[in-house]
Design a protein around this ligand. Structure first.
Ligand code: COA
Length: 150
């Protein structure tokens, strides 16, 4: 198992895996925009040469935001989500000198909310009816992790 930065040749595969693994999936355009943005980072977790998970985050000054995170369907609940998330948090703290990390998650997405709580995130706000999925509206929870004492 290894974690590396995505390269341009990975982007089409990321779109395919994201689409089947994640309700709030990104388009190729979304991945390309992040890939071309110097403040964005795309990390992928590979097992035996196959992509199993992906995380996208941005860094601005001493703050970071997690923009996307998914684990491929057949690899869920095997610890890969917490592994790539914790790897990213350590990189943010040690390499980028980040003090706090934000993210938005759909209300009701218990697997992701539990994962983020396990990694030390706390709910700090809510955006009402932020997500529109199949004509349903969902709030977005805003979660934050402070690195004090990390
Ligand atoms: C959220 C997601 C990334 C978790 O990845 P994962 O590899 O399956 O999670 P892990 O095996 O590392 O589990 C870590 C913790 O997450 C939580 N968790 C993961 N799956 C869960 C589930 N189905 N139900 C409840 N809690 C869950 C648990 O707290 C778990 O800790 P535990 O095993 O001690 O109970 C994965 O379910 C996913 O890709 N979901 C779709 C995309 C998505 O919603 N991304 C979030 C965008 S904000």
């Amino acid at each position: 198992m290894q974690i590396r930065c995505a390269n341009s040749a990975d982007l089409n595969t990321l779109v395919i895996l994201d689409k089947i693994s994640n309700i709030t999936n990104w388009s190729l355009n979304d991945y390309q925009n992040s890939f071309n943005n110097k403040q964005h980072f795309i990390y992928i977790l590979e097992e035996h040469g196959k992509i199993s998970a992906c995380i996208v985050f941005s860094v601005v000054c001493d703050e970071a935001e997690i923009l996307q995170l998914w684990v491929e369907n057949n690899s869920k609940r095997k610890g890969l989500g917490i592994y790539i998330l914790n790897y990213t948090l350590i990189e943010l703290r040690k390499k980028h000198m980040i003090l706090r990390v934000f993210l938005e998650v759909r209300d009701g997405n218990e697997s992701a909310i539990n994962l983020y709580k396990k990694a030390g995130f706390l709910e700090v706000g809510r955006r009402h009816k932020y997500y529109n999925i199949d004509a349903w509206q969902f709030d977005a929870l805003i979660m934050q992790k402070e690195f004090l004492g990390f």
